[in-house]
Design a protein around this ligand. Structure first.
Ligand code: P6P
Length: 353
């Protein structure tokens, strides 16, 4: 019989297993002050939302009334999945009685949702896409949640949350939860990008990697080439280039979080360009492209609309969309070079008329 004192767990293993998200936030901020405690508590509640959503996804196929459509359309004009509604409500519920988050702005809600009991003191706003890529839910492929945290500016007396219509550099934290073979939470407070893996046996997100850096270049280009004929000529030029040059490979899942995670870890570029019909693109700025841009830039990558850095875009409305070119700096700049080349050619043609 081994004496308990003889069971030696290497300190680094025990320390890793004890590096929960809330502890990591305090380490990141090197503070136990009130703001650090607030952010630690907020991240802990986001983690709870991730656990609840992960649990439901893992059993969705065995439960009644979890999969499929609600029959409603959201403010985006998209058919709403039952899982979209559940996840949206989970994020609201985990912040009730928190005193932290006064407002939540979601892809699924036309207006921000206010939690009255929190608003007298809560100075934080959560912006989120509760389930991104929900088309994948019914076929058991990866989906994700995307989130950003901002400080409320002003009193928002008219309940229109106009202070959210500012650029992405106002985000104080951002990240995503990837519901894949394991459930991962990736986040940044502006001090690097760090990943956590949900250990179901503990019910905790445990630190898996710190200071993730995106490779300067990668072989992957990730885009829906079915839209080729709707793209501007510059994006078609880029697509022809990667078709004709060795060293590129296409990967596209139709779910943004998984596609971005692949790019973050292996390098490359994700594109959801504007089209002639929809120049503003499909993806939403405040709770999709801006949080991901914050994260990828923290990892040493780049994120633009193709002509403007995502983090500089100032939205005119809550659900504003932007084109997105994001990933390894070298690969994003290659896409931008085709856009700039077309602009030069178009200007030259106009000047010669
Ligand atoms: P398409 C999912 O609907 C989503 O918002 C993102 O997750 C994904 O990257 C994109 O739309 C897929 O759009 O037009 O390629 O099906």
């Amino acid at each position: 019989m081994t004496n308990p004192e003889q069971i030696v767990v290497p300190e680094h293993i025990l320390d890793r297993d004890c590096t929960t998200l809330s502890r990591h936030v305090l380490q990141q901020l090197q503070s136990f002050g009130p703001e650090a405690q607030d952010l630690s508590a907020i991240m802990n509640r986001i983690a709870l939302a991730g656990k609840l959503i992960s649990r439901r996804l893992s059993r969705a196929g065995l439960m009644v009334g979890v999969l499929g459509f609600t029959g409603e359309e959201n403010v985006q004009g998209e058919s709403v999945k039952k899982m979209d509604v559940y996840a949206n409500e989970v994020f609201i519920s985990v912040f009730k009685q928190s005193g932290l988050v006064c407002r939540l702005a979601s892809e699924e809600m036309e207006k921000p949702y206010y939690i009255p009991e929190n608003c007298p003191i809560g100075r934080y706003t959560l912006l989120y896409d509760p389930i991104d890529g929900s088309a994948n839910v019914d076929i058991n492929l990866n989906v994700g949640s995307i989130f950003a945290i901002r400080q409320q500016e002003g009193d928002d007396l008219d309940g229109e949350a106009k202070d959210l219509l500012t650029n992405g550099r106002k985000q104080i934290a951002a990240g995503y939860i990837l519901y894949g073979p394991s459930t991962m939470l990736i986040y940044s407070l502006g001090h690097g990008v760090h990943s956590f893996i949900l250990d179901p046996s503990l019910g905790e997100f445990i630190l898996s990697e710190e200071n993730i850096k995106i490779p300067g270049h990668g072989p992957v280009y990730s885009t829906n080439e079915g839209n080729f004929w709707q793209w501007y000529e510059a994006i078609r030029d880029y697509t022809r280039y990667v078709h004709r040059h060795d060293g590129y490979t296409a990967r596209y899942s139709g779910a943004l979080v998984g596609d971005i995670h692949r790019i973050l870890m292996q390098g490359g570029v994700f594109l959801y360009p504007g089209t002639v019909k929809k120049p503003e693109g499909k993806l939403r700025l405040l709770y999709e492209t801006a949080p991901l841009a914050f994260l990828v830039e923290q990892a040493g990558g780049r994120a633009t609309t193709g002509t403007e850095e995502i983090l500089d875009v100032i939205p005119s409305k809550l659900h504003q969309r932007t084109p997105l070119v994001i990933g390894s700096t070298e690969d994003v700049k290659l896409v931008e070079s085709f856009i700039q080349d077309r602009i030069r050619r178009d200007n030259s043609t106009m000047n010669n008329c």
